[in-house]
Design a binder for this molecule. Sequence first.
Ligand code: FAD
Ligand code: NAG
Ligand code: NAG
Ligand code: NAG
Ligand code: NAG
Ligand code: NAG
Ligand code: NAG
Ligand code: NAG
Length: 598
Amino acid sequence: MILSKIFGLLTAVTVARVCHAGLLTDTAVVANKKYDFVIVGGGTSGVIMATRITEISKHTVLLIEAGVAYEDIPVTLHAPALGVRSGSQQPWTWNYTVVPQIGMENRTFTYQMGHNLGGSSYVYGLYTRGTDQIFDKIAKISGDNGWSWKSLVPYFNKAEGFLKPPSGGEWGPNDYKLTDHGTQGPFNTQLPMYPNDLDPLVTKLVATEAEFSKWNNDLSSGKSLGIGTSQATITKAGTASNVASGYLTPAVLARKNLDIITGVRATKLTFKASKAGPVASGVQFTPSPDVNVTTVLANNEVILSAGAFNTPQLLQLSGIADKDFLKSLGIPVVLDSPNVGQNLRDHVAMPMQWEANATTTLDQLRDPTFLANQTSIWQQTGKGILTAAVANHLGFFRVHPNASIFDSQNPDPSIGSDCSHFEMLFRSFITPSPATGFFTSMGIAFTSVASVGNVLINTTDPFASPLIDPKFLTSEVDIRIGREAIKTARRAYSSPVFDGFVVKEYGPNPNAMTDPEIEEMIRHSGTTFFHALGTAQLAPFHADVKAGVVNPDLTVKGVKGLRIVDASVIPVLPDAHPLAAVLAFAERGADLVKAAWR
Ligand SMILES: Cc1cc2nc3c(=O)[nH]c(=O)nc-3n(C[C@H](O)[C@H](O)[C@H](O)COP(=O)(O)OP(=O)(O)OC[C@H]3O[C@@H](n4cnc5c(N)ncnc54)[C@H](O)[C@@H]3O)c2cc1C
Ligand SMILES: *[C@@H]1O[C@H](CO)[C@@H](O)[C@H](O)[C@H]1NC(C)=O
Ligand SMILES: *[C@@H]1O[C@H](CO)[C@@H](O)[C@H](O)[C@H]1NC(C)=O
Ligand SMILES: *[C@@H]1O[C@H](CO)[C@@H](O)[C@H](O)[C@H]1NC(C)=O
Ligand SMILES: *[C@@H]1O[C@H](CO)[C@@H](O)[C@H](O)[C@H]1NC(C)=O
Ligand SMILES: *[C@@H]1O[C@H](CO)[C@@H](O)[C@H](O)[C@H]1NC(C)=O
Ligand SMILES: *[C@@H]1O[C@H](CO)[C@@H](O)[C@H](O)[C@H]1NC(C)=O
Ligand SMILES: *[C@@H]1O[C@H](CO)[C@@H](O)[C@H](O)[C@H]1NC(C)=O
């Protein structure tokens, strides 16, 4: 607990938040105890569930997190510009690797899900809600109007603590509409704190180029097409927002009815038989493979919030999955539920880079003296370049109608006519970067995609990674959309507006010009945008397990006493960075639990 004094106030706040009796690491303390609710996974959704359920004092909750406590994350990584680059192979990430992607030249890459209290809300950056038609589609798929855009807006707002930009600063009334945000919620968002060279140029692009002239004065309104000022997940103190620091305030941590244990992995759910079918009775967990498991019991419900990879993994390990699949691994079948681990949806990302005639891009941070100086400025004031957002402007676009890329074999995968096909992030630095030089980049995400993957275990060892296969770019239409996205990004940066700033295209392949060349570049350089979801998808109450894994109230079909609340249940990938949707789903999920156990 004793961290160096040089970290000053920011550290003091961090440490105060985690020093409390309810934060446990010793499995003996909870062994064979009974809680009303046992929540597996102290990430984005699990933290929200634990916080909201324990608002009702009669409910006791244990939250089990496999990863590290908040205090174990180095303080400097709470700087927004450093956090997003925290990389893999750290104690606070899962260090997952996707299986060789046949649509990407059989490449693999790491997938840094959050392995810490706060989960992937900590490895984050941008706040986007997505297009209203996405949620209306989810309402239709699930037969529950409670998942529609209109019904979810109060839940988006409940989670969000939007900070109004300072008056007289860079941002004005065209950059946001307060009515599109929640301002009292625990999860802070705000417009970018740190201006960059691109800001005035993007404004000029919108003003002068017809193709890019649609300005969106709040990307959280439910209408996301156009270019707008981004909303970053940054607190008032200039630290990266995450649910652990946002929701788990000292008052919440002091609740007598909440215990949180970190550093232990749930290995299996236990069930007891009943006339109505299997009933989830508890959770087995252990700090490491060589320590025997401990069991904790749930009076009311086990709630799975282990995220889009680990939730299906735990279901499969526990005997809830396709029965033939389970038999092939020798796992006793508790419930034949063929969709568990299927319907993995994710966004492909393409980093495009240009050399910049500039000296003030984030590339400055590669100078150790500059970095040290900015680090101490940030530690003392919560300001400076280390508060820079991932991008200060985002654009959401449909493919240009001239392109005519959709046909009967390759139908438009977008959910509705207001949904984007791709996103462009106007960024001030590049990763990975060459050793020297100044760059600007366009992060591109393919926001409407047709490829569908899966997450399947290949062993009964709960400590082995599940096989994560997004099957990126296995659908031809995704390549077609990607090509148009790249051409659009190039058209944007070749506007005279950028003359004198954008020097020339740098990477990943400025020579890729023809459609086959651009396709090859995408297959060679595309990666994930870390937006996995859908692996335990919703289906209507009247539909059986062949249609989906959970009911609209997020209870697991075919068993009692088990609910899933995390990104896994969201059946349709928003045309956006999905954290906001996950926050809203968890807020409503908590209300559904409260209603069920009044
Ligand atoms: C690198 C990265 C960057 C991202 N950037 C953005 C962004 O800029 N904007 C945006 O909107 N979205 C972003 N996302 C997506 C967003 O963060 C996720 O969709 C969201 O946080 C998922 O929430 P969740 O509750 O489903 O899972 P998580 O928040 O991942 O929580 C799952 C938790 O369960 C724990 N757990 C897993 N298995 C077990 C087990 N067996 N026992 C105990 N605990 C377990 C994990 O350690 C983790 O803490 C990003 C994601 C990643 C990985
Ligand atoms: C992370 O994964 C890589 C690739 O699979 C492996 O080489 C490395 O040892 C892992 N690191 C940790 C800390 O698990
Ligand atoms: C990828 O792997 C598959 C299966 O192993 C193989 O058939 C295919 O030729 C490989 N593709 C490339 C581009 O290497
Ligand atoms: C662990 O479990 C095994 C099998 O049940 C048992 O033989 C062993 O004694 C246990 N070890 C400890 C340390 O409890
Ligand atoms: C950072 O550098 C500036 C300019 O060289 C200097 O004035 C300032 O004192 C430095 N700040 C810190 C905290 O090191
Ligand atoms: C689309 O087609 C029209 C008419 O042929 C042409 O004027 C315009 O430049 C095209 N736009 C793009 C972006 O290709
Ligand atoms: C599971 O898959 C991984 C990765 O492909 C592989 O290394 C491992 O040997 C497989 N395990 C089993 C039991 O098949
Ligand atoms: C770089 O910028 C300077 C001034 O900002 C300008 O004079 C110069 O022409 C620019 N160079 C290029 C290659 O655009």
